[in-house]
Design a protein around this ligand. Structure first.
Ligand SMILES: Cc1ncc(COP(=O)(O)O)c(C=O)c1O
Length: 352
């Protein structure tokens, strides 16, 4: 039976990325050694990091005023590493709480100083994004989650601010052309659109660093990682290599313009099918719907278990909604073929 992998992350990767990763486990670049066995300071691996950084800069159209880092600790670590590095003594962190991940960013930032929640959609169960943001004058930075993986909302236009803008892009990085230059710090766990779990990409504008007198442990200090060229300690070698293969794949397929074309076609098909259905509904405001993660429900919730059983029977993997939200969630990352969404839509239509 053909499987359709709608997992929210770790999630589907292009077949040629999996093939390349498998080959490198046996023999990396003709070295006779596995990628799992090579030293991280060898010329072979330094070249991997450099090429990955270059592709990221090309895809983001960013210059030398930004640095690309490959770190560990997941996007979750960024919830505390960002305030530790950016929240200065007299400032506050302005954070949008539009879902589970934004909420965690708030909680962690509170460990380092005052936090102002400038957009909170809890009362509406996060079914839209409140874009009417007012920033206090002593704001050190504004943090948004560009795509709310759990709730199925996505910022389609970013706030225009004249202070550092931080974006958690874990679940929509490289899904479409993006004005990355509007951001001063971008982070993303790799395990959705960028590769395997174990590495988190951080892209930071160097000029925003060094504003706090707080003592920062070296391993958490962006500046120290920049000085060490992402090789401050042993990095997640294999995960970085899988990211390189995925980045190469994105460029080869036509870059972000092509990713957007594919992703909007898939998302439009799915949302149109749900909206036209008698049995399903999507509560998310149309203008804020995510092209990566669609969250929707059965009108008769008693039938949810039947639908999930049918999905399982038909090889549709990972479609159960997040534990606190329920319902159905279909993740359609870059590597998800159009044919899988077509197959899923056929299931929706047939579920009378
Ligand atoms: C938007 C967003 N931020 C943060 C996280 C947490 O990522 P990690 O598990 O890599 O810490 C996730 C995970 O799904 C996410 O989707």
């Amino acid at each position: 039976m053909q499987l359709h992998n709608f997992n929210s992350g770790p999630s589907i990767l292009p077949k040629e990325v999996l093939d390349g990763a498998a080959a490198a486990i046996h023999d990396f670049n003709g070295t006779g050694l596995s990628i799992l066995e090579i030293g991280h300071r060898t010329t072979h691996f330094v070249a991997v990091v450099e090429e990955a950084k270059q592709i990221v800069k090309r895809l983001m159209d960013l210059g030398d005023d930004y640095e690309v880092l490959f770190l560990q600790g997941g996007a979750t670590m960024q919830f505390m590493q960002v305030p530790m590095n950016l929240l200065d003594e007299n400032g506050l962190a302005a954070i949008c709480d539009n879902g589970v991940w934004g909420h965690k960013a708030v909680k962690e930032a509170q460990l380092f100083g005052p936090v102002q929640v400038v957009s909170d959609t809890t009362a509406a169960k996060h079914t839209y994004i409140n874009k009417a943001i007012e920033l206090p004058s002593n704001t050190s930075y504004l943090h948004i989650t560009t795509n709310n993986t759990v709730e199925g909302t996505q910022w389609h236009q970013y706030p225009q601010v004249d202070l550092p803008l931080v974006g958690d892009m874990s679940s929509d990085i490289f899904c479409r052309p993006t004005p990355f230059h509007q951001f001063d710090l971008i982070y993303a766990g790799a395990q959705k659109n960028m590769g395997a779990a174990g590495v988190t990409m951080v892209v930071v504008k160097k000029s925003i660093l060094g504003k706090t007198t707080r003592k920062i442990p070296a391993i958490l200090d962006y500046q120290k990682h920049i000085e060490a060229g992402s090789l401050l300690n042993t990095p997640p070698v294999f995960a970085i290599y899988v990211s390189l293969l995925t980045l190469r794949w994105i460029e080869k397929e036509g870059g972000l313009v092509e990713m957007e074309k594919r992703n909007t076609a898939k998302a439009n098909l799915l949302y149109d099918t749900i909206d036209a259905s008698e049995n399903f509904y999507c509560p998310i405001a149309k203008e804020d719907r995510s092209i990566m993660n669609a969250v929707f429900f059965l009108k008769d919730q008693n039938r949810e278990a039947d639908f999930l059983a049918l999905c399982k029977e038909k090889g549709m993997i990972g479609v159960k909604g997040y534990r606190t939200v329920g319902g159905i969630r279909v993740s359609m990352y870059n590597a998800m073929p159009h044919s899988s969404v077509v197959a899923f839509c056929a299931l929706i239509k047939s579920f009378a």
